[in-house]
Design a binder for this molecule. Structure first.
Ligand code: ADP
Length: 251
């Protein structure tokens, strides 16, 4: 579903990712863990084409993300190509970024009606199903300001799902929440992981959740994968000293 090959990314003189390669299989639930500043968020932002890349190659759903084929040649992607590729991916951020002057329902229907040309009645039906799924069926006509942080984050998840992406990216979605609101958001994500065959990438500091959620965990440090494996390996029998040191500090 995703193929990252020799990816590098610098911000000015700062090299954040250097020769990074990994693949993500269809339906796989992948957790990216590691110290702050190790490049995890940058990877998700690159996949969402919110950042460009300095080198390497990424394929999403079998097509190059930042390149395209034209007249038998590989050339940099134009805006139309990026727009098409973005359709494959939905992202939920640490800060929910709901539209403050729209109702919950409108927040969810806006993109499908505007960018996909869905009929309003169809978009609303789907939005209500998604709200039901995230446990907020009774909040369709609320304004974001009337919701708790956990509820806003669940609306943000429903909004991303409304575009039916094949891949969902979750970037520290619980780290801005009060501790008592974390669980309700994790439950929604766990349900999605179990009930759908969506490919999901999760950046998190919630190690307990990463362990439950992920098929595979990548431990990053300084823009490189130090260790990758099933959660049982990473959390119970890490092979690398750096992984052990990180987990000792965080758990
Ligand atoms: P993580 O998600 O693992 O905490 P990030 O991907 O957010 O790490 O950041 C990796 C490094 O890149 C950090 O040193 C951060 O300061 C730097 N960085 C991220 N975005 C930018 C940016 N837009 N401009 C300059 N530096 C950035």
């Amino acid at each position: 579903m995703i193929r990252i090959n020799d990816l590098s990314k610098s911000f000015g003189k700062l090299t954040v990712l250097n020769g990074l390669s990994f693949d993500v299989m269809k339906g796989e639930k992948l957790a990216l863990i590691g110290p702050s500043g190790s490049g995890k968020t940058t990877i998700l932002r690159i996949l969402m084409t919110l950042e460009n890349i300095s080198g390497g190659r990424i394929e999403v759903c079998g097509e190059p993300l930042f390149h395209m084929h034209r007249n038998g040649q590989d050339v940099p992607a134009d805006e139309a190509h990026l727009h098409k590729m973005r359709r494959h991916i939905g992202m939920v951020f640490q800060h929910f970024n709901l539209f403050p002057h729209k109702t919950v329902l409108q927040n969810i229907t806006l993109a499908p009606t505007l960018t996909k040309g869905e009929k309003r009645i169809d978009a609303e039906k789907r939005a209500r199903e998604l709200l039901d799924m995230v446990g907020l069926a009774d909040k369709a006509d609320y304004m974001p300001v009337q919701l708790s942080g956990g509820q806003k984050q669940r609306v943000a998840i429903a909004r991303a799902l409304a575009l039916s992406p094949e891949i969902m990216l979750f970037d520290e979605v619980t780290s801005a929440l009060d501790p008592e609101l974390v669980e309700e958001v994790l439950q929604v994500m766990q349900r999605l992981a179990v009930e759908t065959d969506m490919t999901m990438l999760l950046v998190t500091h919630e190690m307990g959740f990463a362990r439950e959620f992920a098929d595979r965990v990548l431990f990053f440090d300084q823009g490189r994968i130090v260790e990758a494996g099933p959660p049982e390996q990473i959390f119970q029998a890490p092979q690398e000293e750096r992984t052990r040191t990180f987990l000792r500090k965080i758990i």
